[in-house]
Design a protein around this ligand. Sequence first.
Ligand code: FAD
Length: 399
Amino acid sequence: MSTTAPKGSPHPGDLLGIDDVLSDEEKAIRATVRQVCERVVDPYIADWFERGELPAARELAKEFGQVGLLGMHLTGYGCAGMSAVDYGLACLELEASDSGIRSLVSVQGSLAMFAIWRWGTEEQKQQWLPRLAAGEAIGCFGLTEPDHGSDPGSMRTRARKDGTDWVLNGAKMWITNGSIADVAVVWANAGEEHGGIRGFVVPTDTPGFSAPEIKHKMSLRASVTSELVLDGVRLPADAVFPEVRGLKGPLSCLNEARYGIVWGALGAARSCLESARTYSIERQQFGRPIASFQLTQAKLANMAVELANGQLLALHLGRRKDAGTLRHEQVSVGKYNNITKSIEICRTARTILGANGISLEYPVMRHANNLESVLTYEGTAEMHTLVVGQVLTGIAAFR
Ligand code: FAD
């Protein structure tokens, strides 16, 4: 019985030949990110995950900064100015290593940097973007609160005017990069007279700011997640984003980060498919490779088809984003579909590896656990379903 793939058969992670429609430049960027990950992440990631730490976060940020990965789809201020498809391919490769590493890059580039780049003053941009792009500074983005996640409009964090200063009081929860950040973009309610929800650029050494790390996570263990405590944080008048008011500010940033997840989740799925395929060919039961059983082939085929569908969807959304025609509900379609399908792929891969599937010797359970967070953050699967439902019916089911 032959266990080798037929000559000329496609890479299992690229059943539909997406590679053939990528430009040479896009493929080169993808290869660069893969090489960096193979050097600075892959040898260590299982250990970091097991220890529940990301000890090399600052070194990683500098490595990623050197190859232009931080805020790579932004222009000016030291950012690489690459396309949305380039950024998506980078997210996929980062998440093929670990969702926590992709989260470090996403939060830095799409949330903290994008917020300052899109809504900040020239001074705020000059002060923070070049250092953030180089990985010399780390940023975080505080929107979620202990009691307000899917409904950030009800946030309790307050911004009070005191003379020309602003004073922030409140707490943010589940904030990626929080404890290691040099700057936090914090969203707070400034009251009706000052425009409701406003965004603030907060240097994390400001008195009254602290960021205790959240431990004991079963997911995204190689990612720093923190609470932000804002206890009378006094900021100068120019710390606020001057123009944007209401949820439009934070939602515009989340839309950027969600777009990265559309691609990123597929990286975890691809890694799991590759592990499961290799394992199924090598693992013998009943005197034959388990890959020879039809039930195993059905699982692999289904995983590869869903991965290919997800890649087509991501590429379509990426091309629309580069053309300036991407709509927010299309990002919801992409996030909802690609994260739910990627979780299924990872869990199916886990079954193919049997007991070995739960071991950190293989990346499968790590990816599957990580995707539980990805399913929830940047808008839960339920909220994205309701966004699509609203577009279809004209009725918002979540307000
Ligand atoms: P809830 O909003 O309490 O939802 C609980 C459940 O109820 C979910 O299933 C939800 O879908 C469902 N639900 C809620 N409302 C409705 C409705 N109207 N209809 C149907 N179902 C509903 N936040 C940040 O601001 N910055 C970060 O950097 C950040 N990083 C994160 C990192 C990690 C590892 C995690 C896990 C979270 C992070 N978050 C961050 C927070 C994340 O964005 C929130 O967890 C998410 O928005 C969901 O909020 P919640 O956890 O409070 O769940």
